[in-house]
Design a protein around this ligand. Structure first.
Ligand SMILES: Nc1ncnc2c1ncn2[C@@H]1O[C@H](COP(=O)(O)OP(=O)(O)O)[C@@H](O)[C@H]1O
Ligand SMILES: [Mg+2]
Length: 400
């Protein structure tokens, strides 16, 4: 069991590339912490520094209060699970599971007990005498996890361990993994580029971009109160809609219509200037079809361009009137997260509403969409920061 603290950690590779910048994180004992961010943002580098597989250029890494920067990986008592789970093909599942304990010179009966326990936890008891080649992908991944847990290490580090599994198995294994971590209560740091995985697995999620920590918080925090446009656009699927707007006398003016500033925001907008340009963020679920039920609240009249009926949800796409929201942060977001590719348009150029499947909105027709103003976000177009956070600079959680 271990508390892991990262204090001002930097990684500069030999070629000068600054892959991790001033990372500050306090991971309490037993926490399931997720590192999420686009490919190349420094997740694996950060994880490998915790494991000791990569040197720390600057800063301090502490395990249970003790600085371990110079400690060899084997002396850190941490287990790592990788995307490619290299099992020994000539060994049975039992021998694969026993291997780390044999290397550590544990007595035979202890090895047997621990292997049987790990196999039971991972539902591998019936497969102990089989070879990896005869197992399914999911079973093989469980053997790889088993090899990590037999040692009862102080912490688990996992680098995209589910990426090689097909979609259905990934979801299933994800659920098993969450249950396993809770049962063992071992501090776990888990790396993924998949925001859905991050949001469903973790106690807390650290969002990284270009080597910098953007925000750390519970999945709920990140979703409800993103500190900047990057987090807002990266977390949530489909992504948050971004609309160019202006603050004017207690109203948010957009080309599609005006919204009142709600109480939560009014308290936090004390530093905003009159007629300030803003980027308004509305989650797809912040819209509803006004034709379906009576209600109050501002409405946008839009022309529906695409409808996707998913059974439980209906996604309706429409364009923001005139130009989309413009901001350097939005351009970065599109580039870094690949969102631009995924949606075939830059964030801000096409908007999407998640509607009740009973909705009768149709392509080419007008619809009135009601907006739940309790779920909006406001950002500074210059800095990309949430206007609720305009005093704070570095969005990091430092330990005392
Ligand atoms: N040995 C290395 N030398 C130089 N640059 C590296 C090295 N390893 C990784 N990088 C760079 O550091 C950045 C972060 O890499 P990585 O931590 O693997 O990203 P992620 O796991 O988030 O996809 C990338 O731009 C990558 O190209
Ligand atoms: Mg990686």
């Amino acid at each position: 069991m271990a508390r892991i603290e990262l204090r001002g950690i930097h990684k500069r590779y030999a070629d000068g590339f600054h892959a991790v910048k001033d990372l500050n994180l306090d991971i309490p004992d037993g926490e399931f912490m997720i590192f999420v961010g686009p490919s190349g943002c420094g997740k694996s580098t950060a994880l490998r520094m915790i494991a000791g597989l990569e040197g720390i250029s600057e800063g301090e890494l502490l395990l249970d209060g003790e600085v371990v920067n110079e400690l060899e990986p084997k002396d850190r008592d941490i287990s790592m699970v990788f995307q490619s789970y290299a099992l020994y093909p000539h060994m049975t599942v039992r021998q694969n599971l026993a291997f780390p304990l044999r290397i550590a010179g544990r007595p035979k009966d202890e090895i047997e007990t621990r292997v049987n326990e790990a196999a039971a936890v991972l539902q591998l008891s019936d497969h102990l005498d089989r070879k990896p080649a005869n197992l399914s992908g999911g079973q093989r991944q469980r053997v790889a996890m088993g090899r990590a847990i037999v040692r009862s290490p102080r912490a688990f580090l996992m680098d995209e361990p589910l990426s090689n599994l097909d979609a259905k198995l990934r979801v299933q294994t994800r659920t098993e993994l969450a249950r396993l971590q809770r049962r063992l209560g071992t501090t776990t740091v888990y790396v993924t580029h998949d925001q859905t995985e991050a949001m469903t697995l973790g106690d807390r999620v650290a969002v990284l971009n270009a080597g910098e920590l953007q925000q750390v918080g519970t999945p709920r925090d990140l979703y409800a109160h993103p500190r900047n446009i990057f987090v807002a656009g990266f977390i949530g699927s489909p992504a948050m809609n971004f609309i160019a707007a202006e603050l004017q006398g207690g109203e948010i003016r957009t080309a599609r219509g005006d919204l009142p500033v709600n109480d939560w925001w009014r308290e936090r907008l004390t530093g905003a200037s009159p007629n300030q340009s803003v980027i308004l963020g509305i989650r797809p679920e912040g819209f509803s079809d006004a034709a379906l039920e009576e209600g109050t609240g501002p409405e946008f009249d839009v022309e529906i361009e695409v409808v996707e009926s998913m059974g439980s949800d209906l996604f309706a796409y429409f364009s923001p009137e005139s130009t989309g929201a413009r901001s350097q942060s939005l351009d970065d977001l599109a580039q870094q997260s690949g969102l631009g590719d995924a949606t075939a348009s830059r964030p801000g150029e096409q908007l999407v509403a998640r509607l009740d499947p009973m909705s009768r909105v149709a392509v080419g027709q007008h619809a009135r969409l009601r907006i739940d103003t309790s779920h909006i976000a406001l950002f500074d177009p210059e800095t990309g920061l949430s206007l609720a956070d305009h005093e704070s600079t570095a969005p990091t959680l430092t330990s005392a």
